[in-house]
Design a protein around this ligand. Structure first.
Ligand SMILES: N[C@@H](CCC(=O)NCCCC(=O)O)C(=O)O
Length: 248
């Protein structure tokens, strides 16, 4: 059973906890696991009790941005772009999941919040930093065009990703405004874009599978062997944890 992070959204006059369909479909089709959505209750969520019942944690992408004060920076983003409930939930979840051996797959915003959870920092507007290629999607394009592969990443030898691909590089999609500035403590670079931006990392010495990617492997996972290999490896790690806990 895999827990999927939720975003908070106001729908009409009521607050909701929501998760995108493609992430749920991604773990069902690509990892062959049971999905459950973890509400973004912040301190109202018993993180240890939640993770004790889960075999894996999927951190989804989202249009919202991690609050800069969480990585020691001043805000240069409209506060409406934040999701306070999600930040208050996912950062403790990530730290506890790693400590207690729960496999993690983190995607896009999830990748960024995992870097922050480990003390890393983010560029708030990568396109204004200089020296980086365009990593944002063109919102005028169709959804298929936006999620189509956009650039290669160089896979670092000897890591989690290198064990999943043939060759030293792979093509990935690219739909993000922010990006890793300083990588968090204890994180290992798994892949970089041609401009040097960190696009994937794992946690050094983690007791279970840990992988965070800046791209979206959940997109049409069955059609992309590289994306599918990531979800399969995550599912296999979740099944190992289930067996260790007599849930397999
Ligand atoms: N807000 C961050 C993260 C980008 C991100 O996760 N986008 C996801 C878009 C919707 C989706 O595919 O779920 C940034 O812009 O850097």
């Amino acid at each position: 059973m895999v827990g999927i992070s939720a975003c908070t959204r106001q729908l009409g006059i009521h607050p909701f906890h929501v998760a995108g369909h493609k992430y749920i479909a991604g773990v069902v089709q690509g990892s062959d696991v049971l999905p459950v959505i973890i509400p973004s209750l912040g301190e109202g969520l018993d993180v240890k009790a939640t993770l004790a019942r889960l075999d894996g944690l999927l951190l989804t992408g989202s249009y919202s941005m991690v609050q800069p004060h969480l990585y020691g920076a001043n805000s240069s983003v409209d506060p409406s772009e934040y999701d306070l409930g999600r930040d208050a939930t996912t950062l403790p979840l990530i730290r506890e999941a790693i400590a207690s051996g729960v496999p993690i797959l983190a995607i896009c915003r999830g990748f960024q919040e995992m870097n922050v959870a480990f003390g890393g920092t983010l560029h708030q507007r990568l396109h204004e930093v200089g020296g980086y290629q365009e990593h944002r999607e063109d919102k005028e394009q169709t959804i298929d065009q936006q999620y189509a592969v956009a650039h290669p990443v160089a896979i670092q030898p000897g890591g989690v990703l290198a064990s999943l691909v043939d060759g030293e590089s792979a093509m990935v999609n690219s739909l993000h405004t922010q990006g890793v500035d300083r990588l968090g403590d204890g994180l290992r670079v798994e892949a970089c874009a041609e401009d040097g931006l960190v696009e994937a990392f794992s946690v050094e010495g983690a007791p279970a599978f840990s992988l965070a990617v800046q791209w979206h492997p959940e997109w049409k996972v069955a059609e992309h062997p590289f994306y599918h290999a990531i979800f399969t490896a995550f599912g296999d790690a979740c099944r190992r944890r289930a067996q260790e806990n007599n849930r397999g």
